[in-house]
Ligand binder design. Sequence first.
Ligand code: BTN
Length: 329
Amino acid sequence: MLKEDILTCLRQGGYVSGEQLARRFAVSRNAVWKAVMHLRKEGYAIDSVTNRGYCLTAAPDILQIAELQSCLGAQAGLYEIFVYDRIDSTNREAMERAAAGAAAGTVILADTQTAGRGRLGRSFYSPPGTGIYMSVILRPDLPLSQLPLITACAGTAVAAAVDRLYGTDTGIKWVNDLYLGGKKFCGILSQASIDMERGTPEAVIIGIGINAAKGAFPDEIAEIAVSLEEAAGKRVRRAQLIGEILKNCADMEAQIRSRSFLAAYKRRSVLLGKEITVHAPDGIYTAVATDIDENAALLVTTADGSVKRVDSGEVSVRIFKGVEQNGEK
Ligand code: BTN
């Protein structure tokens, strides 16, 4: 569509003349002008200067497929995106679509969730207009033992996108929580349907929840949660961040096979070297987090010197001392 093509072009920055745009898209200058007027009506601030042309100076924070595709640029073809104003849970919707045969690269986004799901049966607070609630369907050809790597890889992808856009230094609390300034701003919930015969996942859903814009949190999480805008001190445009995250997720299966993301994941860890409490189904114990192994399990050393391998399944960990807290919602 002309409007989206022009937007993609203007996103590259600087002024582009109406004549150049008209030639490039084989339309009249009047058609270009009309498309620019449409974009302005949608909230895009487009400057126009005689003899220089048009320049995009600000874009609205709306979740629209065209806007998202334009942020994805050359990688737009890798994803099929569905946007809901309101949904119970994007993970639930993605699981259903995956069961019905939806392809890898299907993305479900919502402006608000009425029953957002968190880890360990918790809920995820998902108010309208301020968050990113996104589920991505993958169909990786990986053994089940490597599934925890998907969450870790997704966490690294989100952290890298955030840091690139806002100049932050995002920490990751094993296995799925993203932190800035000691508070959680993002959680990831991966769910899978399994092919029992092959012992491989049929589909994996990566559910990413980000507190993007400033807003009040309910009392029970106000102390431990933060919005990205507040933590980074920068304006967050959701479509831009989503685009950046999806770009980083594009070659996720290859990253998992080669473990190329693992060093960055470990470097971001807020647990390694710290004394933590492990809440496992068979009890609670204190240990020092010493390493993360090649399948993203956490290795801890207990007081008697024995090393335990902690799988993510039913476990949550808390930093025993220090400023960081659990931050689970
Ligand atoms: C956690 O912190 O426990 C994980 C939270 C994951 C929340 C996201 S929001 C998008 C997707 N849909 C859901 O219902 N949950 C995930």
